[in-house]
Design a protein around this ligand. Structure first.
Ligand SMILES: Cc1ncc(COP(=O)(O)O)c(C=O)c1O
Length: 284
């Protein structure tokens, strides 16, 4: 299937150019984005994604795009793509601007793209030598400045994996290039709190909420409780790992740095719980 594209106020053909040469998103990665899963022609957790998009745009200092405008662009794309769609991306940039980091005063650019795509049910991860900066000016924001993730994911793919795990500058476990990380230890599934510098993932939040309601032992911990070296224990068989993201939902990790890992019982239950709850409500 081809991509469905909305830009500049209407649906566009894939071959049409839609971004100006000086768009600040293109120039310096001055933008924010969201990726949603699409099931049965509907975007999962769209309201949460739109809220995060708005909050991230504000935090980056971008002029706001009215949520109604984004919603109608998303609706146009979903209508045009139908049931074959698997994922949808919403991008908002600062719009045309100067060639350097200084920002112009243009109206923001909004682009919505959807296409096929489903992630695997399990994940294979590697460690990478680079750190997330929990003191970064854009910490926790889903900006289009993703080159760091591109490089780390390429390293993972070259090693036969599909995700890379970052430490932060304090050598605490942080997150993946496009996922949050959970560590299964002694019958509990633990994820570093947002102080680690990780993105406030929507799937992470949903899993924490649903697990709390269901009595499944899943919780946030102080990042100091999950040093990056805990991954040595995991590869030695003393624990398990799982990832969450909009396209993966909950994906148990089956390989770490090429060492096969057993799927943890809580990770498996978390995946099942997420599947059940997501099927009940497309916009939780
Ligand atoms: C860096 C990063 N962390 C975590 C996530 C997971 O977030 P969500 O569950 O909202 O998709 C993503 C999603 O792409 C991400 O890019």
């Amino acid at each position: 299937m081809t991509l469905v594209i909305w830009a500049g106020g209407c649906l566009r053909d894939e071959s049409e150019p839609v971004i100006g040469a000086t768009d600040h998103g293109l120039m310096v990665g001055d933008g924010v984005f969201e990726t949603c899963e699409v099931t049965g022609g509907r975007a999962f957790a769209l309201t949460r994604h739109l809220q995060r998009l708005e909050a991230n745009a504000r935090a980056l200092g971008l002029a706001p795009v009215p949520t109604d405008e984004v919603r109608s662009a998303v609706a146009a794309v979903l209508d045009a793509g139908g049931a074959a769609l698997g994922r949808l991306r919403i991008t908002v940039t600062a719009g045309p601007g100067p060639m350097g980091s200084g920002r112009g005063d243009s109206a923001p650019t909004l682009v919505v793209v959807a296409g096929p795509g489903r992630a695997a049910a399990t994940a294979r991860v590697v460690r990478v030598p680079w750190a997330r900066n929990e003191r970064s000016a854009i910490v926790g924001l889903k900006t289009t400045s993703y080159a760091e993730n591109v490089v780390a994911l390429a390293r993972a793919v070259a090693a036969g994996a599909d995700e890379a795990l970052f430490a932060n500058t304090r050598d605490e476990l942080c997150e993946g290039t496009g996922s949050n990380v959970f560590v299964e230890l002694d019958g509990e599934l633990l994820t570093p709190s947002l102080e680690s510098g990780c993105l406030a993932g929507i799937s992470r939040a949903l899993l924490l909420e649903w697990a709390a309601q269901d009595g499944l032992p899943v919780r946030e911990v102080d990042p100091a409780h999950l040093p990056y070296r805990i991954l040595d224990d995991i590869s030695a068989g003393r624990g398990a790992l799982a990832l969450t993201s909009s396209t993966r939902h909950v994906a148990p990790v089956v390989s770490l740095d090429g060492v096969e890992l057993a799927v943890g019982a809580v990770s498996r239950a978390a995946r099942e719980l997420f599947r059940e709850r997501a099927a009940l409500d497309v916009d939780p």
